[in-house]
Ligand binder design. Structure first.
Ligand code: AQP
Length: 338
């Protein structure tokens, strides 16, 4: 990674829409921790995104704190970086409204994630879910963020943010680059974690089966049980990565092992190729317990100290506000709002 200039700023977020799991950790939070060594980082708890789908209000409040606890327990420094809840900085919602008037319906109609999420139930989906990518553009552009760590599933939304920035600059800033074009940050280690019950669907907070995901707060016994019961196939592990083709469950477990140990999948298969799943799963469970249990304990300790977490969130919100306010004010001026 090259040394960034001081203007380079990372924005990313996690929805407080349920208990965080291994996918959120390996696919996002691990990168957040790494990026703080190279960039100024703004890590948001995107509660306005979470409510695009109904959330039980008391659980939502708890999940906001638990997400902050996960960030800190994973190693994000709340003093150096900005950790806050999206709804506490109104610039997100205000800018999103302006962007709703900039984005075109045709652009949103192309968003595949919306189509996948609502399926045949489109008429009953919230309007918020439909305009979710516009709010995401506001999240990023409210801070003039230059870099956004994204997984495959968010690439299209980042493209939309770039289109909105360009159209806003063109329509209101006389072509001046007021909103910079945010760049995707694809980190080599980013890993897509699949359900432990079905290697073809991603590990998700909303999967009906609790055995499909390892939670960041699971104790050692639950982690071991979930890994032991994880779906596999009848063949021994292959010696090479090409042999994982068409074996989604094996591929997933090998990927998780590699990501947790910070090694390549080739290395995992060099050790376990030709062997059965029982021995591999035993070692995987050990690696997972060693990595996750101390973090889960720290999360639980932090969640027991609501005052501390609320203090972190308030401090983060006031720092986020002071970064976003001048940008929002200038955007209002450019649009002609008083
Ligand atoms: N299974 C996954 N593998 C890798 N990365 C994942 N992420 C989520 N699931 C996986 C990444 O975690 C970050 C935060 O995700 P999110 O909470 O904003 O929303 P999501 O992607 O919709 O996550 P879930 O857990 O699947 O939630 P529900 O069930 O509520 O939809 C993102 O960077 C995401 O890529």
């Amino acid at each position: 990674m090259t040394t960034p200039t001081p203007q380079e700023r990372v924005f990313s977020g996690v929805q407080p829409s349920g208990d965080l799991h291994l996918g959120n950790y390996l696919g996002a939070i691990v990168q957040f921790v790494e990026l703080q060594r190279h960039y100024q980082c703004i890590y948001c708890i995107v509660d306005l995104h979470a409510i695009t789908v109904w959330q039980e209000p008391e659980r939502l409040r708890e999940n906001i704190r638990a997400t902050a606890a996960a960030y800190i327990a994973a190693g994000i420094d709340p003093k150096e970086q900005v950790i806050f809840a999206q709804s506490s900085v109104t610039a997100h919602a205000e800018l999103a409204w302006m962007f709703n008037c900039v984005a075109r319906i045709g652009w949103l109609n192309r968003m595949t994630q919306f189509k996948e999420k609502v399926g045949k139930n489109r008429e009953n989906a919230s309007v918020g879910l439909y305009v979710y990518p516009v709010l995401m553009a506001a999240d990023i552009l409210a801070y003039h963020a230059t870099h956004v760590p994204v997984g495959e599933d968010q690439k299209q939304h980042l493209e939309l943010a770039r289109d909105i920035a360009a159209k806003f600059n063109n329509d209101f800033a006389g072509g001046e680059v007021f909103f910079p074009q945010p760049e995707p940050l694809i980190t080599a280690e980013a890993c897509r974690v699949m359900s432990l019950r079905d290697g073809k669907s991603k590990m998700s907070k909303s999967d009906a089966s609790e055995m499909s995901r390892i939670l960041l707060t699971d104790d050692a016994e639950s982690i071991v049980r979930k890994i032991q019961k994880a779906k596999t196939d009848a063949h021994p592990l292959p010696g090479e990565v090409a042999g994982l083709e068409g074996r989604p469950e094996a591929e997933n477990l090998v990927g998780i092992f590699a990501a947790l140990e910070g090694v390549k999948r080739e290395e995992v298969l060099r050790r376990y190729g030709g062997g059965n799943f029982a021995g591999f799963k035993k070692d995987l469970a050990e690696v997972a317990v060693a990595r996750l249990v101390p973090m889960g304990e720290e999360m639980r300790r932090l969640c027991g100290d609501a005052d501390y977490l609320d203090g972190v969130l308030q401090d983060g919100a006031s720092r986020a506000e002071s970064l976003a306010r001048p940008i929002l004010n200038r955007a209002r001026e450019l649009v002609g709002l008083p």
